[in-house]
Design a protein around this ligand. Structure first.
Ligand code: PGA
Length: 248
């Protein structure tokens, strides 16, 4: 049984005042309680870890450098995230791929840096709108999965997040048929490459997940949770999504 996961990506948003809200989030008491990870901007990590110290919410980074240390002004090493209290880090988000020209090979190296620091890598992949409309969409996503996922990936150290770029922050989501087809393809690929480990790896859907559409999306067998941007900023929006996951 794969444990479900609600991951929140605050992107370049967040103030210290917003952190108290995190302590109110709960996965519920059932055996089905989802894992909850919030990824605030790096300067807020330590405070976020303090605010959630005694609760179920874990903290994650939004990116890490491929190297463990060195002359990389403005960058953050995976071990630094770990030392700040993080248990996970997002790598290869489409905004990083677009703003910083990150390649699959770099994303893979970042995931390896995460493993070395004992962090779970949340590896993001997903197609552009043009690619979705073309004939090779699933092949393109499969190639991203293959190129961005290290050979050392396990169900413990890796989560895959499928995020269509055109669905991020737009209020548009793929049809359920598209979500099911894509996640089933990802599961098949992971199982072919990693065997039972691939069958146990979590696959999240991301892109305009809201309290209003979460329950429907979580019905898909190979959707193991969500990576949520805008709707993770307030507990009043994120808690209903966690609840929908717990009920799924
Ligand atoms: P969104 O962002 O939920 O605001 O669409 C998702 C993401 O970019 O991870």
């Amino acid at each position: 049984m794969r444990r479900t996961l609600a991951a929140g990506n605050w992107k370049m948003n967040g103030t210290p005042e917003m952190l108290a809200d995190l302590a109110t989030l709960t996965g519920g008491a059932s055996d089905n309680a989802p894992q909850i990870i919030i990824c605030p901007p790096a300067p807020l990590l330590t405070r976020a870890a303090d605010a959630t110290e005694n609760g179920p919410v874990e903290i994650g980074g939004q990116d890490c450098h491929t190297n463990a240390k060195g002359a990389h002004t403005g960058d953050v090493a995976a071990t630094m995230l770990k030392n700040a209290g993080a248990s996970a880090v997002i790598v290869g988000h489409s905004e990083r791929r677009a703003d910083h020209a990150e390649t699959n090979a770099q994303v893979r190296a970042k995931a390896e840096a995460a493993y070395a620091a004992d962090l779970t890598a949340i590896i993001c992949i997903g197609e552009s709108e043009e690619e979705r409309l073309g004939p090779d969409c699933l092949d393109i996503i499969a190639a991203q999965l293959d190129g961005s996922t290290p050979d050392g990936a396990t169900a413990d150290n890796t989560v895959i997040a499928y995020e269509p770029i055109w669905a991020i922050g737009t209020g548009r989501v793929p049809t359920m048929e598209q979500i099911i087809e894509t996640h089933d393809m990802l599961r098949t690929k992971l199982t072919a490459r990693f065997g039972d480990t691939g069958a146990q790896m979590r696959i999240l859907y991301g892109g305009s997940v809201k309290p209003t559409n979460a329950a429907e999306i979580f019905k898909a067998e190979n959707v193991d949770g969500a990576l949520v941007g805008g709707a993770s900023l307030k507990a009043s929006d994120f808690q209903p999504i966690i609840d929908a996951l717990a009920a799924s």
